[in-house]
Design a protein around this ligand. Structure first.
Ligand code: CO
Length: 253
């Protein structure tokens, strides 16, 4: 069914402030921005390699995203899978009585989109998207690599994602973790909640960069709170709008 991770959605208080980090400091180019009135959000998609980062600012308190922000603060909100055929995929899920938010695809910033109920995926809000825009994504100095999901039982969650979306398993060196996704594309890493401070759902975002020194320089110049290790940066969530963000060195093929 699905062929890659299209984007990861992050709820922010202010798109203008979030741009200072995600666009100006990390360096992700803005692909498209719009107000989606029926969802009560100002939304922006930024290119991050073959996938995108979606920033969502509520335009009212009494909106889904406004309520999320009031309850959880800024941070990871949803995971969107790319599919070439959203009508077929959503129809198949509907026929299996998978709980959905959108019974029919609708227009979103990413193309034709639909949300499943978080009940369908152990509390993770999953969106499907079939793009309608044909232009290629602009180059970005940092690329999406992986979303980390804390779960009670990684194997059980992996089986669910394989069953609902046909996600292939990516080889991982044993242990209790389960990695799904696409070699050379986006991946989902399921880890036991105990490994991530008991947190369930989307807990961290991993990205890769081929050229670390200029990135570190930009992060330092913006006074970003981070730990710089050998070939890896860990950005503190207060600097990255509630997101536990890891960026590691990677040589693009
Ligand atoms: Co989205």
């Amino acid at each position: 069914m699905v062929t890659d991770i299209h984007h990861v959605g992050i709820v922010v208080e202010s798109l203008a402030r979030a741009y200072r980090f995600w666009r100006d400091t990390v360096g992700l180019p803005v692909v498209r921005e719009a107000i989606i009135a029926d969802q009560g959000v100002r939304v922006s998609l930024l290119a991050a390699g073959a996938s995108e980062i979606e920033l969502l600012e509520p335009i009212g308190k009494d909106t889904g995203v406004g309520r999320f922000l009031a309850k959880h603060g800024e941070g990871l909100h949803h995971l969107c899978f790319l599919t070439p055929a959203i009508d077929t995929d959503l129809g198949a899920l509907r026929a299996r009585n998978v709980p959905l938010i959108d019974e029919r695809p609708r227009d979103g910033l990413a193309g034709r989109i639909a949300f499943l109920s978080p009940k369908a995926c152990h509390g993770v809000l999953v969106e499907l998207a079939t793009p309608v825009h044909a232009e290629p994504l602009p180059e970005s100095p940092v690329r999406f690599k992986r979303i980390v999901i804390g779960c009670r039982d990684p194997q059980e969650t992996a089986t669910l994602y394989q069953d609902l979306f046909g996600l292939p398993e990516v080889e991982v060196n044993g242990g209790p973790r389960m990695m799904l996704g696409w070699a050379g594309g986006g991946t989902v890493l399921n880890v036991p909640a105990a490994e991530v401070g008991g947190m369930m759902g989307m807990v961290a975002l991993s990205m890769v960069a081929p050229d670390m020194p200029p990135l570190i320089e930009r992060l330092e110049r913006s006074n970003v709170a981070m730990l710089v290790g050998a070939g890896e940066i860990t950005v503190e969530p207060q600097s990255s709008h509630g997101v536990h963000l890891h960026i590691s060195r990677y040589h693009f093929p």
